[in-house]
Write a protein that binds this ligand. Sequence first.
Ligand code: UDP
Ligand code: MG
Length: 348
Amino acid sequence: MGRIEFGAAAASAGQVTGPRLSIVVPCYNEAGALPELHRRVSAAAAGAAGGDYELVLVNDGSRDATWARIVELAARDPHVVGVSLSRNHGHQLALSAGLTLCRGARILIIDADLQDPPELLPDMMALMDQGADVVYGQRISRDGETWFKRATAGLFYRLLARLVEIPIPLDSGDFRLISRRALDVLNAMPEQHRFIRGMVSWIGMRQVPLLYHRQERFTGETKYPFAKMMRLALDAITGFSTRPLKIASYMGMMFGLLGMMGMAYTLYGWLADLALPGWTSVMSMVLILGSAQLFVLGVFGEYLGRLYVESKRRPLFVIDHVVGRNDALAVSDPAREPRPMPATRSGA
Ligand code: UDP
Ligand code: MG
């Protein structure tokens, strides 16, 4: 009788006395990587936080054995909290679900595929001991990724940096350690189209980089095909900048000017009796103007569509099951009352 919990309602409360460290991992078809992830992350967490940590594994509607693996891990290891979403919600929302449910004083975000080494945790903790609120991993190199992925990612981060009004660090993913007070701000941000690394930058406070070499995926293949990458890129740009809208109006002005020059030429042609031959120039004008208009409309559409989705104010994600933390999560946790309970059906 799993009750369903709506994400926004589960906003985490800052005063909860949770463990020293939470590690939040979104998992989509990562069954193969989970045992190794659990081993390496547990070792790093045990070293950095003693026994006082929780490992929050979020199953994002996987179609393989990911959830079964998570349930097994939670049965064996009391540190593990498993959360299963009702369907695939996408990386950023799966991560948001984990970030809402975790209770640690510090929160490590890491991918399931071990591309970002959990062994950096002690260094991140040390930087936070010195007063940082966010320690973000910044990639010096990326192993085992195609040149296409590296090139498009590099281009994207640089384009983003030129467009947005806040400093978003180059070459950083979501791999980072966040303080509870920064996370509370993040969890209070309601937007549906979430570009979490940008949202974290937006918070401000003291953010410091930790340089590292990105490894090859431990197993499986990327869950970010080109289409998903494009969507994330558009969410990032539209979420943090309205400059494309301004560029659209500049483009309008530029083409207006071009149009006037074209008109002057047409007039001259008519006066000088050179009319008629000119099919090529007419056609190219029509095509150029047509595509410029479509482009501008498309840019408007990107913003309008997002505005529409935001206006519906739907919950960000729907949780189906929670296991671990004695299978009771908030039920046995008076600090989190009163609020809707997450599902407590144990097992799969
Ligand atoms: N992921 C997810 N839902 C999705 C796609 C990805 O939870 O719809 C998770 C995935 O399991 C991984 C992380 O997000 O832990 C990053 O994905 P991936 O490693 O495939 O991205 P890449 O490193 O290739 O950019
Ligand atoms: Mg990866």
